[in-house]
Ligand binder design. Structure first.
Ligand code: BES
Ligand code: ZN
Length: 926
């Protein structure tokens, strides 16, 4: 009795100190301890929908590297039963038990700190055992709940899944939650026998639960050393489709049973691209199996957990009867991206989140190579690079952009780094390196790097070392150049340069200077500083060699970081153009003197236009239109370039043009002279619309790239009422509406659905909207549901749009949390929807922040489509006042707000500078 009392007293003393705040406030864990192995046991309860929860126990094998009295690890929103914590020393003989005298926390960094009775000694290994429990949350991060409706029984089925990147493993179990603390994991999941348990590794053993009837313990094999953010597990009642891959890892694709027939494409594509990477990286996939699973509720697009890759339904499932070619290409790209991470990210991981771009930039770049290999007819690499360049060019022309390599101190900052700079600019600079180093040295350097850091962590300098040594070995880089000097100018510096090319036509030379390219035209030239090492490739009208992307010259930077102007020679005379940056191999813009532009315009507007490489045609369109946007060129020149589009039949220049012309549309559509712009668009679009047979269902006889081009062209054609586009689209929709069973039979060709639905809703009635809404609710196909959500925002009726937004943010409604962003974007990006969505955001900002919590990334994504349409000083001031007032709620969204404000300022500048002159230019080119 006495003994019990004593224990109770000790425990209560422990608890009394549990909430004391620790003085340890550094954002990184101390280096005194290293976890080596985790034994993680988790029992998941999915029986009672009102009490979905898990209880677990983790044993962490920890090696002491320095003497210490504290064990600092991460834990968030977990209940830890402190009376059950144990700490033992392994081996060493003598006294093996230690104890925890008190605990403290630091909520700013999610630290949970155990203070030990005795000092832990360097060299010793300890086992720390912590029991914990929590609800399966609704936030789509950590260990969370998801559900779907079973079509047969019409009941809700529950499942559980994890999303740990970047910093949510700590919400599922106490751990050292930093990418540098790699350890091996032995996971054991407990669950009811009606479910299946999945984790990174294959099942080792299944045993009945000791006390719970019909429950089992499923133990998985021990994992390879890996970071906590890559751990994953799920308890579900899904079905799977196996893939057959000779000599390869066991490969399975999982989905809810009713969607298993949509797994065929992913099951076929996944193993193929995995095999390609094995050969490309020269390292076999190291795990015995890989599962890919489509989760009904999922916050990101997909997640590369090692051996258990998780996806949204729309990024894994494909239905030939409902999904478009663009949906299919998108999912191939996502699968290729996540599987590339199995090497870049999983096998070799960044030391700290500062180098996140090494993960995301690489996966983005390599995915393009993977898809290209398996579907050469998709031209996915070229399309990918153009998109990457255009998106990063936009963001990176803002002063409030950031370098690729970005110091990180708080979790919110990690989230902010998953942006176009890490993904798109990261991928663009890697391609640049690939092209200037050449195939052999690039591959050799990569293989070396991956081999050297297998199961370890690395930073960008380590990559530069491997690549420099490979390049020198192969002779691909002059001995006095090194990759670090070149690449640091691209990864440590914000922005990108514009190269101004001034030709001396009689001397046959051109002088190249560089400065930072900025959207804000009021920033003086003297402040556009910066120097980038630019590999300069070029060709001339006589030569027209667009295959050789190797640099013919370099623009260098001095020791003090100043640009050294360069002159290139052996150029032709005044009758021939010069083009810089073959196939857009380097992320910079090129501006020429007026004569060179005129020569280019002449060739583009002749039947010789195809003598310029298709990517460089896209480059000329992008550069000149964006120069005009920021005042570096006049619209007269820009529109003479775009006039050539009447001849263009390739998707890549069209994508470039439409992306840029969209900016004009957004601003001009609310101005009195919009008719002129519409006239110009019709002039450009009519020939290609006719060439592609308008809205006729001619897809089966077309090449893949033409299919996409048609999808793109028809979509804008209907927006500008080109030819018969609108009535044809309406007639497809009417045919669908008159089907007796529209959920079974949809006569609209999948590649036209987006256009048809949007046009029909825009020009249609309340009944049309309700019809489409009902189809959304009943559809079993993710991509179809996504298309519908994006087009329900096309309505012109303010009240319908308001009702739509309310439905989008109704926690109990039909639109999942992850999809409400699509609805908001669909509404805000349209003329009539813009003011509706703007007021909705301003009135409900607190609620929306709460709704997305803790995903600040979702909140950040609401802003750009809104701000792109603000171009008057009044609206800008209103937005400023709004963010000032809502500062507290908008914590973690600061970067997006800065970027939005700056973008709006430049829109206002555009109005002042260009509005008066653009209509003249349009009139002259009609
Ligand atoms: N590692 C990311 C997933 C992720 C994103 C985790 C943001 C945490 C925060 C994954 O590899 C990824 O990049 N997913 C993309 C889709 C991809 C194909 C571009 C995403 O979710 O947007
Ligand atoms: Zn990724």
């Amino acid at each position: 009795m006495k003994w019990f009392l004593w224990v109770a007293l000790v425990i209560s003393l422990d608890l009394s100190s549990a909430n004391s705040i620790s003085s340890y406030n550094h954002y990184r864990l101390p280096a005194a301890l290293r976890p080596q192995k985790y034994y993680l046991r988790i029992l998941t309860e999915l029986k009672n929908p009102d009490d979905l929860r898990f209880t677990g126990n983790v044993q962490i094998v920890i090696k002491a590297l320095q003497n210490t009295r504290n064990i600092t690890l991460h834990s968030k929103n977990l209940t830890i039963d402190e009376s059950q914590i144990t700490l033992r020393q392994i081996g060493g003989g003598g006294k093996k038990d230690n104890c925890v005298s008190s605990t403290s926390v630091n909520p700013a960094h999610d630290y949970y700190i155990l203070h030990t009775c005795e000092e832990l000694l360097a060299g010793n290994v300890y086992i720390l055992c912590l029991p914990f429990s929590a609800d399966l949350n609704r936030q789509l991060v950590g260990y969370y709940r998801s559900s779907y409706k079973d079509a047969v029984t019409n009941t809700t089925r529950w499942l559980s899944a994890t999303q740990f990147e970047p910093a949510a493993a700590r919400k599922a179990f106490p751990c050292f939650d930093e990418p540098g603390f790699k350890a091996s994991f032995v996971v054991t999941l407990g669950y009811h026998t009606q479910f299946t348990g999945l984790s990174n590794m294959p099942v080792k053993e299944i045993k009945p639960h000791e006390t719970l009837p019909n429950y089992i313990w499923c133990e998985f094999e021990e994992s390879v050393p890996m970071s906590t953010y890559l751990l994953a597990y799920s308890v579900n009642d899904f079905s799977f489709k196996p893939s057959t891959l000779p000599n390869g890892a066991l490969f399975r694709t999982w989905a809810r049973p009713n969607a298993i027939d949509q797994c065929d494409y992913a099951a076929e594509f996944g193993p193929k691209v995995l095999q390609y990477y094995e050969q490309f990286f020269g390292i076999k996939f190291p795990l015995p199996k890989i599962d890919q699973i489509a989760l009904p509720d999922f916050s990101a697009g997909a997640m590369e957990n090692w051996g258990l890759v998780t996806y949204r339904e729309t990024t894994l499932l494909y239905s030939p009867n409902h999904s478009s070619l663009s949906d299919q290409q998108n999912l191939a790209n996502v699968i290729a991206h996540e599987l590339a991470h199995q090497w870049f990210g999983n096998l070799v991981t960044m030391k700290w989140w500062t180098d996140l771009w090494l993960n995301e930039g690489f996966a983005t770049y390599v995915a393009g190579l993977g898809v290209q290999e398996i579907h050469p007819d998709w031209q996915s690499q070229d399309k990918g690079i153009l998109t990457a360049l255009i998106t990063s060019f936009r963001l990176d022309s803002l002063v409030s952009s950031h370098p690729i390599s970005r110091p990180i101190q708080m979790v919110a900052e990690i989230e902010e780094s998953f942006d176009a700079i890490s993904y798109q600019k990261g991928s663009a600079v890697l391609r640049m390196m690939h092209l200037f180093m050449g195939e052999e040295s690039f591959r050799l350097g990569l293989k070396e790097y991956l081999k050297l850091y297998t199961y370890k962590n690395a930073e960008q300098d380590n990559l530069w070392e491997s690549l420099t040594s490979a390049a020198h070995q192969v002779g691909a880089l002059a001995g006095h150049y090194n990759i670090k000097t070149i690449m640091d100018s691209w990864t440590l510096q914000t922005g990108y340069p514009v190269l101004n090319v001034t030709r001396d036509y009689s001397a046959g030379t051109a002088r190249l200077t560089q400065e930072r390219y900025l959207r804000d035209s009021q920033i003086p030239r003297s402040e556009r500083v910066g120097c980038w090492w630019v590999p300069v490739s070029y060709t001339t009208q006589a030569e027209k060699d667009f295959n050789d992307t190797a640099p013919k010259a370099w623009m260098e930077c001095s020791q003090t970081g100043e640009s050294v102007p360069t002159t290139i020679d052996l150029l032709p005379g005044p009758e021939e153009w010069v083009i810089l940056n073959i196939q857009l191999s380097t992320p910079y813009k090129a501006n020429y003197d007026a004569r060179n532009w005129q020569l280019l315009i002449d060739t583009l507007n002749s039947d010789q236009f195809q003598s310029i490489h298709v990517i460089n045609r896209a480059q000329l369109v992008e550069d000149v239109l964006y120069f005009a946007w920021t005042g570096e060129q006049d619209y007269g020149t820009a529109l003479q370039v775009t006039n050539y589009l009447q001849r263009e039949r390739d998707i890549i220049p069209w994508k470039s043009a439409l992306d840029n012309l969209k900016l004009l549309n957004r601003i001009l559509r609310q101005t009195p002279n919009f008719g002129l712009f519409k006239g110009y668009m019709k002039k450009l679009l009519t020939p290609i619309y006719e060439h592609l047979n308008g809205t006729n269902d001619t897809f089966s006889s077309m090449q893949q790239n033409e299919v996409l081009l048609k999808t793109l062209v028809v979509n804008v054609a209907c927006q500008y009422h080109v030819s018969d586009c609108v009535p044809q689209a309406q007639s497809y929709f009417r045919r669908w509406r008159s089907e007796p069973d529209p959920d079974e039979n949809n006569p609209v060709p999948p590649n036209l659905r987006s256009t048809v639905y949007c046009t029909a809703i825009r020009e249609g009635t309340e009944e049309d909207w309700d019809f489409l809404w009902t189809r959304f609710r009943r559809s079993n196909v993710g991509s179809e549901r996504q298309t519908i959500l994006s087009t329900l925002g096309c309505s012109k009726e303010v009240w319908i749009l308001q009702r739509y937004l309310e439905r989008a943010f109704d926690p109990k409604g039909d639109i999942r949390r992850q999809d409400s962003l699509l609805s908001f974007q669909a509404v805000v990006s349209r003329e009539q929807g813009f003011p509706v969505a703007k007021s909705y955001l301003m009135e409900h900002v607190d609620f929306m922040v709460e709704y997305y919590y803790p995903q600040t990334r979702s909140m950040a994504r609401l802003l750009p489509p809104l701000c792109e349409q603000i171009y008057t000083a009044n609206d800008l001031n209103e937005f400023r006042a709004f963010v000032n007032k809502s500062q507290q709620s908008l914590k973690g969204v600061e970067q997006a707000i800065q970027q939005s404000l700056e973008a709006m300022v430049t829109n206002v500048q555009w109005m002042d500078r260009n509005y008066p002159q653009i209509f003249d230019s349009l009139q002259r080119n009609l």
